[in-house]
Write a protein that binds this ligand. Structure first.
Ligand SMILES: Cc1cc2nc3c(=O)[nH]c(=O)nc-3n(C[C@H](O)[C@H](O)[C@H](O)COP(=O)(O)OP(=O)(O)OC[C@H]3O[C@@H](n4cnc5c(N)ncnc54)[C@H](O)[C@@H]3O)c2cc1C
Length: 396
């Protein structure tokens, strides 16, 4: 551990630090103390050392970027299935890896069935999938999952680690970047790589007013989380060449301080990102009753209703159904916008949709710049007609 300093002359190898460490991060090896990535810098060893032989070292040691190579992607599992954001991360990593000659590797942690899931990644051109499978990893717990991924990072020294910006990913990524005393850029929307292997990480900042380019230039690995549905999914390759590597799991690694007393599977509601058809109500929709008119169209098409930000702010919908920089990014097969002007904060998060239909009375509305079908008309005429057509088609 780069930030802990041991004074071998003062250390009597009494073992008190090893005993006091709540994370099992210290071991006596030979004539010295070795600190692993499990160290959380809690300082208990420093406080308890009778010889004052341990100190925090504030300044980072010189490091060589060339010692850290390749991409590592954290593979999230959700009820035994690989989260689809993983394939998007693989796709993006493969593009960047091609520019600097890196491998694209993955790490997957979980209980029974994890190795089988690991095999599913090989057709997408992944070089190695490191598997940490143990009954102790059944169900996500941030502490022991972080131990396993940290073990993989320490063993393989990746230059960049990509994690989905999901609820679990957002819990795991900062824990890992803190352990390795390096940077994390959360919620990236674009990634690229320079010839010197520094990633160019772009994300909205200051509430979406600017797109910031962030670089982690003085440490490795570079951690980034990426929102689901922002990047293209990896394509299957013609000649997969990768391999699954089963990594040893010791008892300590799979041990969590979080005990799951009971769990209940709740009916999964499709998120906006997973939906194939979306109807968006913008400020051209005047009141609650008219919002229901748009909902009826969404339901007739077998999809969901979404909103622009002003509509959420006015209480017509919840934030989980808001599209845009301060909401969700979506790429459905069909999106119909009703009374939406097409501000950049909205369009930048839906312009990857396969088919965009826009209804707006203003022929100059910006939304028509990204739409495949432009309906310059009153939504109060068009929406009921579309709903009637969709219902009729269902019946036929
Ligand atoms: C930092 C920041 C972050 C933001 N994040 C988001 C975000 O995440 N999501 C988001 O949506 N916005 C966001 N915004 C706000 C964004 O800039 C726009 O203000 C917003 O998207 C506009 O919403 P709107 O299109 O519903 O309303 P308006 O811009 O008011 O557009 C209403 C449209 O309806 C049309 N219309 C009116 N009546 C009818 C009718 N009868 N039939 C057909 N068309 C009609 C009008 O011609 C008009 O074009 C953000 C802004 C900032 C500064």
């Amino acid at each position: 551990m780069e930030f802990m300093k041991f004074d071998a002359d003062k250390c009597s190898l009494c073992g008190i630090c090893v005993e006091k460490c709540p994370f099992g991060a210290l071991t006596i090896e030979g004539a010295g103390i070795v600190v692993s990535e499990s160290c959380r810098m809690c300082g208990l060893c420093v406080r308890n050392c009778p010889e004052k032989a341990i100190q925090f070292e504030q300044k980072a040691k010189a490091f060589n970027k060339d010692d850290w190579k390749n991409f590592l992607i954290y593979v999230e599992q959700e009820r035994g299935e690989i989260h689809p954001v993983t394939y998007e991360l693989v796709g993006e990593a493969r593009k960047m890896a091609g520019k600097v000659g890196y491998e694209v590797n993955c790490v997957i942690v979980g209980g029974e069935g994890t190795k089988e899931n690991a095999e599913k990644l090989l057709p997408y051109g992944v070089d190695h999938v490191y598997v940490y499978e143990d009954p102790g990893f059944e169900g996500f717990r941030a502490d022991c999952y972080a131990d396993a991924v940290a073990d993989c990072i320490a063993a393989n020294k990746p230059s960049s680690v990509l994690i989905g910006a999901t609820a679990l990913g957002r819990s795991l990524a900062p824990r890992l970047s803190t352990r390795f005393h390096t940077g994390l850029t959360a919620d990236c929307t674009t990634l690229d790589i320079k010839p010197n292997t520094d990633m160019i990480q772009v994300r909205p900042a200051f509430g979406g007013n600017i797109m910031a380019q962030i670089g982690i230039t003085k440490s490795r690995p570079q951690f980034a989380t990426v929102r689901y549905k922002v990047m293209d999914k990896a394509e299957v390759v013609a000649n997969p060449h990768g391999e699954v590597v089963v990594c040893p799991v010791n008892e300590k690694m799979a041990e969590s301080r979080i005990k799951i007393l009971s769990s209940e599977v709740i009916d999964k509601v499709k998120s906006l990102e997973e939906e194939d058809v979306l109807v968006v109500a913008g400020r051209g929709v005047r009141n609650e009753k008219d919002v229901e008119m748009c909902r009826e169209l969404a339901e007739a098409l077998g999809g969901q209703l979404a909103f622009t930000r002003p509509m959420v702010e006015n209480g017509f919908g919840d934030t989980a159904h808001q599209i845009g920089l301060s909401g969700r990014t979506v790429r459905p097969k069909l999106i119909i916008t009703c009374g939406v002007s097409g501000a950049i904060q909205f369009t930048s998060c839906m312009n990857g949709s396969e088919c965009i239909v826009a209804i707006n009375t203003d022929p100059q509305a910006q939304i028509f710049g990204v739409a495949d079908y432009c309906i310059v008309d009153d939504l109060y005429q068009v929406v009921p007609e579309l709903t009637a057509l969709a219902k009729k088609q269902k019946e036929d």
